[in-house]
Design a protein around this ligand. Sequence first.
Ligand code: FA5
Length: 347
Amino acid sequence: MSVETTLADVRQRAMAGLSEASSLGEILEWERLYLGPKGELTVFLRSLGALSPEERPIAGKAGNALKVELTALFEARRQALATADLDQRLEADRVDVSLPGRAQTIGAAHPVSQMIDDLSDIFALMGFQTVFGPEVETGRYNFDLLNIPSDHPARDVWDTMHVDAPGEIVMRTHTSPMQARVMEQTDPPVRVIVPGRVFRYEAQDASHEWMFHQLEGLAIDRNITMADLKGTLTEMARQLFGPKRRIRFRCDFFPFVEPGVDFAVDCAICDGKGCRVCKHTGWLEMGGAGMVHPRVLTGVGYDPAVYSGFAFGLGIERLTMMRTGVDDIRAFAAGDVRFLRQFARAA
Ligand code: FA5
């Protein structure tokens, strides 16, 4: 085959291939076939040395002319396909600026968190430091050091979620284990509050959750009496519910206090006259309290002949219900933003 025929054949196939290439990938493949380092035309031009001296300049000229022609055509076609490809992608990703934007929602503190913040502020003014403790506890702190030995009937009071089979590791059933943890780490005087989540294996109803929050309080010093406990809780109730509130103590039993009480505040909504929120009693139960049991003090190495103190534990959801009038505790953890939004307040 003569050089002219070979080049004419290459040209014809190259032209056909060029018009068939319909994507960037295909046109690049075409370039590889004809103009690439191992492409037909490149190989042809490299083989010119094998021709006779007369043929060589003619073939070289024709080959180079074809290379220039095909390179120009390739560039034009590649440009056109690249533009089409970009147009297609822009079209697919098109943003419709006339659509309404998505509003940014700004979060707000959960009503229980708000209550914890408020209580921390109130107690800080009375000299209490806020501390936090582990939610997974050992039986030693949750029960033993609180004067609740393993065979004590009081241990049944809280249906406990166990983490290990022997029941040595538990989900804390109250915030009271932090009493011993704090006292072990600190010398008196002690004044702390401990807000946090607690867990009980308990059926849910309008006033009971299996997971809820408590706020523990502990004050230890020389000469602390029930009067200090009453004063502290009265001040808290007044800060939270208004200047006129009163506190009621009734005898109750907790193994880690002696004497033990449950305490209530007179209902701020009806001023103690009786209403739906206080179930027509005029009083709202807040929690348990008492003077720290001498055995608890001894257990952490404090001398009960020198030191005394009080402790209390209140239910934070219950307090929040009193403040907001919410009558079903389950609403707090249900995660319904419409419910929670009602309590959003500016940070
Ligand atoms: C205790 O947990 C004691 N640790 C409190 C205490 C601390 C007493 C220090 C003495 C000294 P009690 O089980 O009563 O006590 O719970 C305290 C408060 O937690 C209750 O008054 C109530 O407000 C709240 N509470 C208890 N169980 C639930 C529940 N299932 N759901 C929501 N709140 C609850």
